[in-house]
Write a protein of this length. Structure first.
Length: 154
């Protein structure tokens, strides 16, 4: 008997990306000048280490002020990720915006990279913790970066 597991980036995107859509984020960032140059956006990022790693991999100058606060300095603005306590999702507070469109692009790229890191972590965790009696029969990466793993159950 075989079992198939599918790791879909779109599903991960729903879990890990900003709560607000890119168009809503764009509107808020564009309107920041009306709110003292600051805007707050809810996210679903809840893994501080993965968020830090994603920002560093993206080449962002980042300073961790606590386990619940990460300050990131982009050439086009500053983003402070904060949350009330461990395990809660982070909120992005965007400030010092110099180029709205470039900052939106950066936010979109960070979300995409974070989602990829979540997918990689999930994949590795599944592969490293296969129960006894299960073995990988086939593995395939699809065009949309979904990963299909077919397992044999003995």
């Amino acid at each position: 008997m075989s079992l198939t597991a599918i790791f879909v980036p779109i599903a991960l995107s729903i879990i890990a990306s900003s709560v607000e859509s890119l168009s809503e984020t764009k509107k808020k960032v564009a309107a920041a000048s009306q709110h003292n140059g600051r805007v707050t956006i809810k996210t679903r990022f809840n893994d501080a280490e993965m968020l830090r790693r994603t920002l560093l991999e993206h080449g962002v100058n980042t300073r961790t002020t606590s386990q619940n606060s990460i300050v990131s300095f982009f050439p086009t603005g500053q983003i402070t990720y904060s949350r009330p306590s461990v395990g809660m999702p982070f909120v992005m507070e965007i400030s010092n915006i110099t180029d709205v469109q470039c900052l939106i692009n950066e936010i979109d790229e960070i979300e995409h990279e974070y989602n990829g890191n979540v997918q990689q972590y999930t994949y590795e965790r599944v592969m490293n913790n296969l129960p006894k009696g299960m073995a990988v029969d086939n593995e395939e990466v699809l065009e949309d970066d979904s990963i299909v793993i077919t397992l044999n159950v003995e």
